[in-house]
Structures are given as C-alpha cells and as structure tokens.
Design a protein around this ligand. Structure first.
Ligand SMILES: [Zn+2]
Length: 190
C-alpha cells in the first residue's frame, strides 16, 4: 500500500468516528484468525498515552491495522525509534503518523517545569525543545508547544537513517496530526 492510500484510510476512519458511524472494522474473531500467522499493519501511530486518544478507536480500525506506540507526550527515544524502524523495515509499513493532542498533560508539565524527581524528567527533557520553540511564537503557549512537539518529533523521525532512506525513495511518509479533544477531529500539521 502506498502512503497516500494509508493516510486516506486513517482520515476516512476518523471521519466515521467523528460522525458516529463507527464500523468496528476488523474487531472480530474471524479477523483475529485471519491475521494470526502474520501482521501487515498499514500505518504506525506514535501517540500519547492519554486515555482520551486511543488510535484504534479514533481511526475506527481493529486488529492488525495499526502498529501503535503510545507514550506520554508522543516523544521519541531510542526504544521507540527502534520499534518504528522495525515496522517500516521488517513489516513494510508505509506511513508513520505522529498523533499529538490538544492540552497534552506532558507538554503542560514541561511548561511548568521546576525540579521533578524520578523519570518524568525524561519526558520533560524530550519535550523541552518544543517549549523553547513555542516561547518564540505569538499566541497560546501550550497550543504552540503541542504543535511544535509534533513538528519536532516528525523531524526527529525523518532524521533516522533507515526512515530517511525510505522517505527519499517514496516508500514511506511521516506526517503529524493534532487531535481535537472536543470534536475528535484530526488536523494534519506536519
Ligand atoms: Zn498527551
């Protein structure tokens, strides 16, 4: 499948979700059995762990459709990058979708900053460059930081050698979208 087609499928599923026409596509025992031998997900979604943004639901998809990675603030680290590189190289998945959302708690925590104990600082360190960029922009700081975080994660993914190679040969697309918590829509921003 080409990346454009994969993106169309995501958008179509999100439209079913936002218009209360959920198909619950691929959520059956027969689908489970049909894909038991191998997976061929058509999109990788790097999304936030936020309980309000579950990819299979907001894209109205099911088993075997999406290769999902969820982490607070939809950040990238080595393990996450390794997971994505595995999916694009070994499974041939043609699309990486970075799914950020409005009023992200991880981004808000980075704005507050201060001294944080434990591993939350790992998230904050990853999101800090987005906050720094947002501080130079007019408008709402949290909104801008959420957007900047999506843009920077997309750029980070594109700088991975295996990903960059596939993008160059038009076999992979990396896009970023912003989820609206109130109406469930997703705006492509990167
Ligand atoms: Zn979040």
């Amino acid at each position: 499948m080409h990346a454009h087609h994969a993106l169309e499928k995501l958008i179509a599923g999100n439209q079913r979700y936002t218009t209360d026409r959920l198909s619950h596509y691929h959520q059956s025992g027969s689908r489970m059995r049909a894909i038991s031998a191998a997976q061929h997900p058509f999109a990788i979604v790097l999304g936030c762990a936020d309980s309000r943004v579950p990819p299979e639901i907001i894209f109205d998809l099911g088993l075997g459709d999406l290769f999902v990675i969820r982490v607070a603030g939809n950040i990238v680290d080595d393990a996450i990058l390794g997971s994505i590189e595995y999916a694009v190289e070994e499974l041939g998945t043609p699309l990486v979708f970075v799914l950020g959302h409005e009023r992200c708690g991880a981004v808000a925590a980075t704005l507050k900053h201060g001294k944080i104990l434990g591993h939350i600082s790992t998230l904050i360190d990853a999101i800090q460059p987005a906050v720094d960029r947002a501080k130079t922009q007019p408008g709402n700081l949290l909104d801008n930081a959420v957007r900047a975080n999506i843009e920077l994660v997309v750029a980070q993914l594109k700088s991975s050698m295996p990903i960059a190679k596939l993008v160059k040969h038009d076999r992979l697309k990396v896009v970023g979208g912003l989820y609206n918590l109130t109406c469930g829509t997703i705006k492509i921003i990167a």
